[in-house]
Design a protein around this ligand. Structure first.
Ligand code: HPA
Length: 255
C-alpha cells in the first residue's frame, strides 16, 4: 500500500513517474477532492499524488477542499504527506530559487473549512499544534535536499494568507513583524487538518518571488512563472532523492 503522498501546488500539477491525474475528482464525506489521486513510482517507491489546485489549476487557494483532499489521501493509504508550496520570500535568506522546509506557521486565512471537528455530532477534538509540521518528515526532506546538493533552508515561519491576490507591501511588513519568513496561500488549514487526521505532514517550499515590497517595483506574474519553471528541476530532484532515501517503515529518525 502507498504510504507517501505528495500534494502538488503551483507549478506541480503532475509528478514525474506518475500519470497526470485525469478524470473526475473523488467523492468524500466532505465533498469532492481537487482531482483524482494518481499513483506513481518515484525512484522505485510507490507514491500517491494529488494536485491541490485541480487538473488544469482551476481551484483558487480559498476554494481548495482541503478536508476532502487529506481525507481521501488517508483513505488511499497515505501516512506521510509532503506538501509542495510555491511561496514568496520575506526574510533575507529566502530569495527566489531557495528551497526551504519551514518549521512554523502563522494562519491569516479566514472562511475556510478548517477542521473535521465541525459540530456534526462527534466529540470535539483539540489537537496540539505547537510544532505544526512533522519533525520526522521534516528531517527526511532536509536530508534528501542535502543529499541532492540542494541545501534547503532548515526552518522558517510560513505565513498562510487568504489570496488569491498577493499581499500589499504593508501587509508584508506586518508579516515580517510577526516573525514570518515565507508567504503562501495554501499552508492552512492543510497542515492542521493533516494533524487532526494523525498524518505526518511537512512542507517543501520553494521561493518564486520576493514578497510584496521586498524588491523594487511590482511583482510580475511572468517572473513568478519563470521562477516556477526554474525551480521545477530542483524540486523534482528533491522529491526523487526523498523517495529514494525515505523508508516509511523506518522507526529511527533520519539524521
Ligand atoms: N504571496 C502569497 N503567496 C505566494 C506568493 C506571495 O508573494 N508567491 C507565491 N505564492
Amino acid at each position: 500500500m502507498s504510504r507517501i503522498a505528495i500534494i502538488g501546488g503551483s507549478g506541480f500539477s503532475s509528478l514525474a513517474g506518475a500519470p497526470a491525474p485525469a478524470g473526475p475528482a473523488l467523492a468524500t464525506p466532505y465533498g469532492p477532492t481537487s482531482a483524482p489521486i494518481a499513483t506513481g513510482n518515484l525512484a522505485g517507491r510507490e507514491i500517491l499524488f494529488l494536485p491541490r489546485h485541480g487538473v488544469g489549476h482551476c481551484i483558487p487557494p480559498h476554494q481548495v477542499n482541503y478536508r476532502a483532499n487529506l481525507w481521501a489521501l488517508q483513505q488511499a493509504g497515505a501516512e506521510f504527506v509532503v506538501a509542495l508550496a510555491a511561496v514568496g520570500g520575506i526574510g533575507a535568506a529566502f530569495g527566489p530559487g531557495i528551497l526551504a522546509v519551514p518549521d512554523q506557521l502563522v494562519d491569516y486565512t479566514y472562511g475556510r473549512e478548517q477542521t473535521y471537528s465541525d459540530g456534526s455530532g462527534e466529540a470535539v477534538v483539540h489537537i496540539d499544534f505547537t510544532r505544526p509540521y512533522c519533525a520526522h518528515l521534516r528531517r527526511a526532506l532536509l536530508a534528501a535536499g542535502r543529499a541532492a546538493g540542494l541545501d534547503p533552508v532548515d526552518g522558517g515561519t510560513y505565513a498562510a494568507t487568504q489570496g488569491p491576490r498577493l499581499e500589499t507591501a504593508a501587509e508584508v511588513v506586518r508579516l515580517e513583524r510577526d516573525g514570518c519568513d515565507l508567504v503562501g496561500m495554501t499552508g492552512m488549514p492543510e497542515a492542521a487538518l493533516a494533524r487532526e487526521l494523525g498524518l505526518c505532514y511537512a512542507c517543501g517550499a520553494f521561493v518564486v518571488n520576493w514578497a510584496a515590497g521586498k524588491a523594487d517595483g511590482e511583482i510580475l506574474m511572468a517572473e513568478i512563472e519563470a521562477n516556477l519553471v526554474q525551480c521545477a528541476d530542483a524540486v523534482g530532484l528533491w522529491l526523487a532523492t526523498f523517495a529514494e532515501i525515505f523508508d516509511p517503515d523506518a522507526k529511527a529518525p533520519l539524521g
